[in-house]
Structures are given as C-alpha cells and as structure tokens.
Write a protein that binds this ligand. Sequence first.
Ligand SMILES: NC(=O)c1ccc[n+]([C@@H]2O[C@H](COP(=O)([O-])OP(=O)(O)OC[C@H]3O[C@@H](n4cnc5c(N)ncnc54)[C@H](OP(=O)(O)O)[C@@H]3O)[C@@H](O)[C@H]2O)c1
Length: 324
Amino acid sequence: MKHIKLGDLDVARIGLGAMGMSHAYTGAGSDDTESIRTVHRALELGVTLIDTAEVYGPYLNEELIGRALKGHRDEVVLATKFGLISHTGRGSGADSSPANIRAAIEGSLQRLDTDHIDLYYQHRVDPGTPIEDVVGTLAELVGEGKIRHIGLSEAGPDTIRRAHAVHPVTAVQSEYSLFTRDPEAQVLPVLRELNIGMVPYSPLGRGFLTGTIRSTDQFADNDFRADNPRFSADNFQHNLRLADEVAAVAGQIGATPAQVALAWLLAQGDDIAPIPGTRRVSRVEENVGADAVQLSAEQLAQLTGLPSAAGDTHNAAQMRMMER
Ligand SMILES: NC(=O)c1ccc[n+]([C@@H]2O[C@H](COP(=O)([O-])OP(=O)(O)OC[C@H]3O[C@@H](n4cnc5c(N)ncnc54)[C@H](OP(=O)(O)O)[C@@H]3O)[C@@H](O)[C@H]2O)c1
C-alpha cells in the first residue's frame, strides 16, 4: 500500500479504526475473535495505523487491541486518545488537565501492553485547560519516551495554531468524508500551512456511504446512530441520495461504494490517512482495496459537487464539545 507522511510520521495511507469492535455500533463486542482476525488481516495487507481510544468500551477496545498486537507491536503506528474520561474527580465531560493526562497515559500503556504510544491524541478540546498546558504535558511525555507524536481531534484553527506553537502537532483527527465536509473550509488550510497531517475519522460516514444502511431499523437502541441527527427520519431520506451517487460511481468502475468513498478522500491529498472502521475480515480487505482505485477527474468532480448531508454530525451535547 502507498505510504504518506502525517507531519514527519510515516503511515500506510489507509488505517484501521477499531472503535466499532467494542463500542458505539450495533454488534460491538459480539465477536472479539473476528475483531482480532481483522486486525491481523489488516497488518498482512500493509495497514500500519491502528486507531483506538481510552473511552471506547470504555477501556475494552484498548485491551482488545493490546491482545491483537501481541507479537506485532513493531509493525504498527499505534494511536490512542485521552481526555473524555476524568480520573481526577472532575466529573463527566472533557478533562485534559495535566494530572488527568498523566493518569490516562499510564492506563493506556498498560491496556495496550506497550511502553509507548506512537500517536497520542487529545480526544476533544477541553475548555477548562489551556491548550498550552495540554501540549506542554504531552511534550513532557515525548521527552520521557512514553509517546512519540502528538495529535488533536476536532480542534479548530486557533487551537491548532496555539498547540503547534508549543510542540509540533503531527495529526488532527476529525470527521471528514463525502458525508461530512466540515474540515475543508478552515481546518485543512491551516494543517497544510503548518505541515500537519489529517486523519479523517468515520470516512465511510459511519457506514452510510457504503450503501448498506437503508433503514435506521437496522440499529440497536444503543447504537450511536440511533439518536444521531444525520440518521433521523427527517434527514435520512435526503441523505440516501449521497449514498446512491457514490454507488453509481462505484458501478461505473467495478469498485464498491466503500472503496469509492475512500478513494475520493485519498485523492484530496498526500497528507490524508483515513481510518475506516470495521470488525470484519472481509470488509477490511474491501476497504484496503481502495488503495488501488483510481477515480477520473470527472468522477472526482461529480463526487466533490455532491450536496451537503442534512443534519448535524453529532447530537447537541456532543456538538458542544467540537470546535468548528
Ligand atoms: N476522534 C473521534 O472523535 C472519533 C469519532 C468516531 C470514530 N473515530 C475513529 O474512526 C474510526 C472509523 O470511524 P467509524 O467506525 O465511526 O466510521 P466509518 O469508518 O465511517 O464506518 C464504520 C461502519 O461502517 C461499516 N463498514 C465498514 N466497512 C464497510 C464496508 N466495506 N461495507 C459496508 N459497511 C462497512 C462498519 O460495520 P462493521 O464493523 O460491521 O463492518 C461500521 O458500522 C473509528 O473506528 C475510530 O477509531 C474517532
């Protein structure tokens, strides 16, 4: 698979998001054996960037990835995130206080069964802790060898600039796909100016762009998408058109819709490494196949010109935690 650079960090340009193996989506946690096989198959296919977070499960996903990577640790760029669980008694919400970062990193290292994290992200910007203090603490962890690179997630341009002034930021992870174009206007230009990579999360629109979600009846009650505005009855029918257009392009070139959605993202630049999530071997094979999919200039223009999806990407409480 083609490799690209996120800042100065080399990664295969299609990664693997592990969240859905343990968290958020229907079927999470139901088949850890298949999930571990999926990680191993990803590595065989050349994937290097594996993405998890403390809050997935919580903790269960890091434990699963720690088990899956036994004997494979040196083959991967291991990414995890802190800041959505407070270990300092602050209560719910974001906690990126230095004390909380110090507590979180020790737990993640233990669960992932490793002595260092390759890319350590702040999961959401914490309004209660200046970003300079957050990055200052992360820079200390770099100095101590506990983490190698620093990342932010759903941070806005001003936070990115302030963070990068303290210590180089390697990557920003934000939702980005044909379903969610928000980073294009303000965040991507700043990342390019500062030589920071973009890691699009939910690059398949949480599965929507694959064309396999035709009704919200497919979701269990505790599925993240069950109360997500993008998937509400009002917006769902409107948004189906996007999935249909992606499927139409896929039909023209003998690819699958998932591959077309990923190929469009890959075509946006050599500083972009999406992390499609799946807990199934067959789908990781399909998604990695996007590395070989070439879209014509006309197809790229057709996809780029699609209308915005209707509805916010997160519910109201979650939206308040995102810098836009
Ligand atoms: N930083 C953040 O705040 C944040 C937020 C969300 C996610 N993330 C990260 O980003 C990763 C990816 O995002 P995501 O999992 O939310 O969304 P996604 O990658 O857009 O889509 C995942 C969904 O699509 C399904 N899927 C995957 N490949 C498929 C294919 N080829 N055909 C049909 N369906 C397919 C998966 O189901 P199966 O598993 O059943 O295949 C899953 O339900 C996560 O795993 C996580 O690591 C980060």
